[in-house]
Structure formats: C-alpha cells, structure tokens
Ligand binder design. Sequence first.
Ligand code: HEM
Length: 428
Amino acid sequence: MILGRTATISRSKIQSITCLSKLSYRSIGNAAVPKFPFSRPYGVEPPIEYAQLRVNTPVSKVELWDGSHVWLVTKHKDVCDVLTDERLSKIRTRPGFPEMNAGGKAAAKNRPTFVDMDPPDHGRQRGMVAPTFTPEIAEEMRPLIQKTVDEMLDIMVQKGCKEPVDLVPNFSLPVPSRMIYSILGIPMEDLEYLTTCNAIRTNGSATASQASNASNDLLQYLGKVTDKKITNPSNDLISRLVVEQLRPGHLTREDVVQIAFLMLVAGNATMVNMINLGVVTLLQHPKQLNEFKKDPSLAKGLVEELSRFHTASAMATRRVATVDIMLNGQLIKAGEGIIASNQSANRDEDVFVHPDSFDIHRPTGPQLGFGYGVHRCVAESLARAEMEIALTSLFQRLPNLKLAIPFSEIKYTCPTADVGITELPIVW
Ligand code: HEM
C-alpha cells in the first residue's frame, strides 16, 4: 500500500481509515489519550489521525514517549495562533516543554541558541545570523548553488548509469552540506569528515550514543574552527560572529560554537529529505514532471507545493504555556506543553482545496512548511533556492532519471519520525 502509483490518497480512503481509527479509540475507552507521534500509514502520507482530529477535537491531549500529556493542535488557524502567541515559550528548560525523546531531553540542558529562546533574547541572537540568509543574499548565492549542483552531477554522471547510484550520498546530502559549510567558512578539505559526522547524526540507522558522539565530534571540530577565526578572521559567518559579536562581548566563544552548530545541523536532514521527496513525488506524478522538464520556471511552484505537501520538519513547532490561555475554546494551563502541528495545518481542508492532492499549479497559499511567527525558518530563502536549483538541474541533466527499485521498496524514515527517504537508488 505504499504510494507506488500516486502520492494522492482519495478522500473516501481517508474517511474509511478515519472511521476505523475512531473505532479503535472507542475500544480503549473515552479517557484514553493516544500516543504521539502518530505513525505515517503510507510512506509519505501524514498520519491519518490528523484528519480526524481536525474535524472532532482540534485541540486534544496526546501522550509522549515519557508518559507526559501535552496538547496537540491540528487546525491551521490554531497552529498560527500558537506560533504567534508571546505567552507561549520555546525555552526547553521550562517544566512542561514537550520533548520528543530522551536525547532531546538531555540536549535541552545545553547552552541555548536562538532556536530555543523567547523574545527579546531570541530576536537579538537571530539578528546576528539573519543578515546572511535574507532573500537578497539567497538570490546572490544562486550561481554558487548552481556551480555546486553541477559539480555533484558531473561526478555522479562520470560514475555511469549502468549500476544504480544512490542519490543520497552522491547528490541530496552533499549539495546542501557544501552550501552551509561554505557559508560558515569551513575548510573544504574537511568536508568529507564533517559529512560523515553529520550523516551519522541524521541517517536514522545510528544508535543514540553514536549520534551523540558524532554531535560532540562536530562541536569539538567547530570549536577548533572558531579558534582559528578568532586569530585570523575571514569573510564568512563564523568570522562575522567573532568580529561583530564575540569581540565586543555580545557572545561568548561557546555561543559562537553553538550557533555554528545550529546552522550546520538545523536544516541539513530536512534539506536532504526534501530533495529526495521532490524526486520521488515528481516521478509519482509523471504529467507534472513532464511539464516541469519542459518549463523549469515551474520550480518555484513545485518547491512551494513540496513544502506544503510533505512538511518535512513537522516536530519543531513546540511550545509551553507560561500562563493560562484559551485556544479554540480549550483551556491550556500554565506549564502545559503544546505541539502545533504544521503538518496537519498544511492539509487543512478549510485552507487548501483538495489538500491531499499534489499540485504544482496550486495558487500560493499560507503553507506552514517553514513554520510561522518569529521562529519561522531563518534560512527559508536559501532552502527554497537550493531545492529549486537541485531539482531543476537534476531533471534537465538527466531527463530519463528513474528509480532503480519499485516505489514500494523505497526506504522511508521510521513512520513516527519526520518524513524522509534514507536511500534512493536511481538510474538514468
Ligand atoms: C526545506 C528545508 C527546511 C525546512 C522545511 C525547514 C523548516 C523549519 C521550520 C518548520 C522551522 C520553525 C521551527 C519553530 O517554529 O520552532 C525552522 C526554523 C529554523 N530553521 Fe529551517 N528548514 C529548512 C532548512 C533550513 C536550513 C537549510 C537551515 C540552515 C542553513 C535552517 C535553519 C533554521 C533555523 C536556525 C531555525 C530556527 C529559527 C528560529 O528559531 O528563529 N533551516 N525551519
């Protein structure tokens, strides 16, 4: 039942599964609180529970891995309300903040960066990196992105197409990695080492301790790079943080290292997943793929729709209430955690027409794939440019690209994790 033929599941299918799901809730009793994250049923399709909750209980309780109960918010309007409510906090050390696993709970004690801060600290630190990721800078970076994409394609094509090639290590992983390394000012000779560390952190097959060791290796490495920039700054993000923020005393050395680490890892796995999902989704929609091959100016609409349809970063939009609030008629008490599901909001039938269909011609709508409010993705413009160039060049250069395996054998990330693809053998 994997999405082999099409990524679109009919409404009747969803409704019938939704009914089954309702029955199983009833059978465990009305007081039962479902476990979260829910599982994806069909490889890339969002969990079916979301559609049911949007209709019946848009603000409802779910149980996390540690037995804690938090609020799950599923309607688009409510998700936007949560992400713009300054009475809700992102500070992970506040009691009640929802952590998704033991590793997250341990990491919450680390020195925070802006991703885990509230205003005004959040804005102050985000403002130190934001000028590097404006839409204008992303436009200026397009030639470098194109050059990187072309180089990776050259190497991949040289390997030949007789044997299947895994797109992940040959293209989807190195393209975004090289871009962020070059923004941070990481020496090119260290790319391989860093790519390996990052892959161990994110590829899902490593154990928790291997992943944590790889994170520590990355932090130590970034510490050494920062020390070099302290004595010999250049024109890159780490150097700018050193010169503009560390020297005048606005940041400590540890802050600089943590911010560099955040920028290195924040979007890496998501970027890789989005490029892979873009390839598979286009192959599953051959009519739209043909249109895209003929008219690469469709890339913007394609990336917009991919970001809505897949919501590859679906667990980041979490908050904790600092005071009692009312949300869509539901009292949420101070100290209670909230998961604002941008993945569910992106399929909200009150906002998107035929939300479960993939349509690159869909009029631009308020999709929440990059979040909303002050914590909205700081590197959104860069991410969009990378996806547009990667997917356009891939299908222009290799118009006969196809999977070397049936769709049903694609290796997706674990059904309760963010949607992604861990291996993608292709031929052309
Ligand atoms: C397709 C790729 C990407 C997607 C779907 C994505 C998605 C998101 C989402 C949903 C958030 C909001 C989290 C929240 O509300 O708490 C976010 C924040 C963030 N993203 Fe991205 N992201 C992507 C790529 C990137 C890249 C490439 C980078 C770095 C170069 C990056 C860096 C960040 C950072 C630092 C934040 C925190 C912003 C803040 O708290 O102010 N993202 N991203």
